[in-house]
Structure formats: C-alpha cells, structure tokens
Ligand binder design. Structure first.
Ligand code: NAD
Length: 498
C-alpha cells in the first residue's frame, strides 16, 4: 500500500502517529493509498521549519519572490497533464475538469507574479510642517490553510500563492480524501526556487486542524470547507487571536426570467448543475424559472439535455462527469434524494442505482432532477453537493429574488435574461456574494476576490485579489518629522494637523 507522507522543510516527513486515512480510487471503489495523519509534534515541527524560513523569505525582495512565482507557473504548465491525472485519480472528476482546477489556481499564481506592485505602500509628503506619512504592508509570519476535497489544486493556490508572495511562510493541511496533488504542488514549488520550509504540507483530520488553531506561532488561518466546520474554525481561531477567513457551503440558484435565451440557459444549467458531479461550491443545484410557461419549457428541455449526459470513469474523455469522491458521500446524496421524495417534491429523473458497467463498485450517481420543490423543504434548505438539480417555481421577479436572498447560504447566484435593467436590479438587490449575469458559474477572476455571504463565509476578507493581499499582510503607518530651527515646547494635547 502506498503511503502519502507530509512535506516539511523541503522534504518528505514520514509520520509516526500510526493514524492514517484511506485514499480511494472513486472509479473502482478500491483503496489505492493511505495518507498519514499528523501528531501535534509533527505539526509543531512544520511550524518551526516555517518560522525559521520566514525570516529569510520576508527579507527576500518582492521581485525575487515574484521570480519563484513565474517559475512555478511555468512548471505548472509543463506538468499539467501529469498533475491532472493524479488529481482525477483521487477526486474522480474528469481530466479536463482537473486541468481547469489547476488552471484556476495557476491564474492566482499569475496574479502573485505582480506582487512587487501589489505591495507598494502609500506616501503623503508634507502631511504637516516637515512631516511625511507613509504606510507599508508587512507579512504576518507563519500562516496556514485548511482545504476541502473538491478543488485540491485551485484552493491551496488561492491561499499559498498570495500568502507566500507577500512574504509569509505556509502550512497547508489539505483534504485527506485527495492529498497527493497538494504534495506535488509543494514539490514543484521547491523546484521553482522556494527555500525549504516556505511551503509545508501536513496531512490529517480534526487533530491536525486543532493543532493549527491552537499553535501560537500561526498568525492567520484560511479555511474552505463545509459551513459548520468553517464556523468552528472561525470561532476557535479568532478566540486564539488569529486572523481567520473561513469559507463555507453553498446552495446557488439560477434564476430564469421569461425572456432568457432558453437554449443557452439549459446548456449552461446542465453544465453547472452536473459538472464535477455537482461537487462544486459554485455549482447551480437550484433553478428558479419565473412563470409557468418558462418552467414547463425549461423542464422539457432539461429532460432532453439530461438524456444526453454521459457518466464515465475520470479518465474517459467523453464523460461529462465521473464518480463522487466517496461511498459515504454517494450515500448522503442518495439520502437527500429520498428526503426530497418524502417531502413531496416530484422526482422527475432518479440517479440512484446508476451503475457503470465494469465499475460497479465505483462511487457513481446518475443525474437527478426534481420539480415542484418548495422553500420549506429541508432537501432545498441544505447543501446536497451532488448531481441533483431542483426546480423551484416562482411567479414573479420579486419572488425569484427572494429565494437566494432568504437562503441560509449566499455564495453564488446567476440570472438568465435579455433584460439589462432587470439583471442590474437583481445584481444590486440580491443577498449573495457573487453574481453571474448569463454566466452560470461566476467564479471571479484571480485579480478580483472570491467570497460568499451569510453562512457561506465567516470573517471579513475574501480569497485572492486585493482582499487576499490584505488578509496576509498587516499595515504599518509611519509618521516622520525632521525638525529644524528652535526647539519646540512640549505638547500636552493630542497633536493635530490644524
Ligand atoms: P469538509 O468541511 O468536510 O472538510 C474541509 C476541511 O476541514 C478538510 O481539510 C478536513 O480535513 C477538515 N475537517 C473535516 N472535519 C473536521 C472537523 N470535525 N474539525 C476540523 N476540521 C475538519 O469539506 P469537504 O467535504 O472537504 O468539502 C466540501 C465542502 O466545502 C462543501 O460544503 C462545499 O460547499 C465547501 N466549499 C466551499 C467553497 C467556498 O469557497 N465557499 C469552496 C469549495 C468547497
């Protein structure tokens, strides 16, 4: 059995805890490797190595740090296919989708290549007589990232790309379900010229997460995962004096106004609902058609489109999507489908019981479609995170606007319409963090910032872009005076620039 080791101080660290997690091949259902779970002492070793490396790394000028990012970007491109295959083999998403996962992370690295410009401070000459004021952004020190299974390339790079470019050193605690790609990223980062200890990967479960949350040297924690754990990480981390951003779950709605280009909207919806087996925090698992005719037409066309979907193993280039990540997750999705039936929703297409010939033990689940879903249903209120699309019919624009706004999650939303004024009003009023207008998966580009509202994000700073730079740096403001002439009297009142 292959063991997946930690990566600390530039090399593999063989864990001694005797605790492991099984890493499956979701296509076959077999265990293909086991990942080591760290002890507190192993986490402490990684933090020590990061702290030692941080002194020299922070003193390395930003342009040299950017050169490592440029070289890392080149290596990501050169190794794209090999990495995508590795990622798919543990996650189950198809290879083209894994390449997209790596590419979106790579775009954050491209953004980080501009770090000398992003770190420039502000300067005011002559804020008072002989007084200049300037500010600088300095790294926090050692920071950590805890990431989910569904984007094992993009989400680690959202975090360590910005954190390391800004002069911090990093501990990554990736998901225990698909931990190999994050280790590969760290190896390539070293190859790109990063000194040992700048990027460390420590595997584990709650024990490793708690070790991060309680380690006094770790100054900031970035988390992405499900909402209850995000809230736990946020409250525990901040109680321990750390800066924390914690992104949580999602239930994104696609609103279809009667004037939408339905042919395009259906194509977009099917890709966004079923792509990656629905295991995306920016998937569109709820569609809200406005008006009966829109809903009936939509349902008919969705049915036609769903029939064309091909489910296959992750290496099948013709497959639209592959298996879900684990048997447990497949069973959870199936139980939500049953819940929908029990709650009275109309099950139009049932993906349970789908089996792929030759891969009967794989974690597959077919596309599922519900109609007549009501906002009071638990299967609507909670995140399913599988290939399940729910039609929630609305009578009016106002009613459609209320559903994503009133939902506990507020990650993403999309509106499909040809009416610019309606789209503009929707974008302004909806209580959701990321909005697409005729764009089904509105993941912002790397130089903007990613983050939801309500239970989709805890903390006040988004991922990457200018917000990411702010999260991983602290501002220092210097007020400098160069007096000349006679000695001034002591001042006993607060100085002002009157
Ligand atoms: P998860 O919450 O199970 O795991 C996330 C991380 O937390 C992992 O590293 C895991 O090891 C750790 N963890 C698990 N249990 C823990 C515990 N009890 N205490 C402390 N840490 C624990 O999430 P997942 O299943 O890997 O990922 C899917 C979830 O992530 C979905 O809810 C999805 O919406 C969400 N997600 C959100 C975003 C976003 O940006 N908002 C992006 C991607 C995924």
């Amino acid at each position: 059995m292959r063991d997946i080791h930690h990566f600390v101080n530039g090399q593999a660290l063989i864990g001694k805890s005797g605790r492991f997690g099984d890493v499956f091949n979701p296509n076959t259902g077999e265990v293909q490797a086991r990942v080591q779970f760290a002890t507190d002492a192993e986490m402490a070793l990684a933090v020590q190595s990061a702290a030692t490396a941080q002194i020299g790394w922070a003193a390395t000028n930003p342009q040299r740090r950017a050169r490592v990012m440029f070289e890392f970007k080149r290596l990501l491109e050169a190794n794209m296919t090999e990495m995508a295959e590795l990622l798919s083999s543990e996650h189950g998403k198809v290879i083209a989708d894994s390449k997209g996962d790596i590419q979106r992370g790579l775009e954050v690295i491209e953004f980080a290549c501009g770090i000398p410009h992003l770190l420039k401070g502000e300067y005011t000459e002559g804020a008072g007589p002989g007084i200049d004021v300037y500010s600088m952004r300095q790294p926090l020190g050692v920071v950590a990232g805890i990431t989910p299974f569904n984007f094992p390339a993009m989400i680690p790079m959202w975090m360590f790309g910005i954190a390391i470019a800004t002069g911090n050193t990093f501990i990554l605690k990736p998901s225990e379900r698909d931990p190999s790609l994050p280790v590969r990223l760290a190896e390539l980062f070293m190859e790109a010229g990063a000194p040992a200890g700048v990027l460390n990967v420590v595997h584990g479960d709650k024990t490793a997460v708690d070790a991060i949350l309680h380690h006094p040297t770790i100054k900031a924690v970035s988390f992405v995962g499900s909402s209850d754990i995000a809230q736990y990480v946020y409250s525990t981390g901040t109680a321990n004096g750390k800066r924390v951003q914690a992104m949580g779950g999602a239930k994104n709605h696609g609103i279809i106004l009667p004037d939408a280009d339905l042919d395009q909207a259906v194509k977009d919806l099917v890709g966004a609902a079923y792509g990656s087996a629905g295991e995306r925090c920016m998937a569109l698992p709820v569609v809200v058609p406005v008006g009966k005719k829109t809903a009936d037409d939509l349902r008919e066309r969705l049915l036609e489109e769903i029939e064309t979907l091909q489910i296959g193993v992750s290496s099948d280039v013709n497959a639209h999507y592959g298996p879900v990540v684990s048997a447990g997750h497949r069973d959870k999705i199936a139980s939500y489908i049953q819940m929908g039936v029990d709650e009275g929703a109309e099950l139009v297409v049932d993906g349970r019981g789908f089996a792929l010939q030759g891969f009967e033990k794989g974690f597959f689940i077919g596309p599922t479609l519900f109609d007549q879903v009501k906002p009071s249903m638990r299967s609507y209120q909670e995140e399913i995170f599988g290939p399940v699309l729910q039609i929630l019919r609305a009578e009016s624009f106002e009613e459609a606007l209320s559903y994503p706004s009133d939902h506990q999650y507020g990650n993403g939303v999309a509106i499909f319409t040809r009416n610019g004024r309606a789209a503009r009003e929707f974008a302004a009023r909806v209580e959701v963090g990321m909005v697409g207008i005729n764009v089904p998966i509105p993941v912002p580009v790397a130089y903007h910032s990613f983050g939801g509202w309500k239970r989709s994000a805890f903390g006040d700073t988004n991922q990457h872009g200018a917000e990411g730079v702010r999260f991983y740096t602290k501002v220092k403001t210097i007020t400098a005076r160069w007096p000349e002439g006679a000695v001034e009297d002591s001042a006993f009142v607060i100085p002002t620039m009157k």
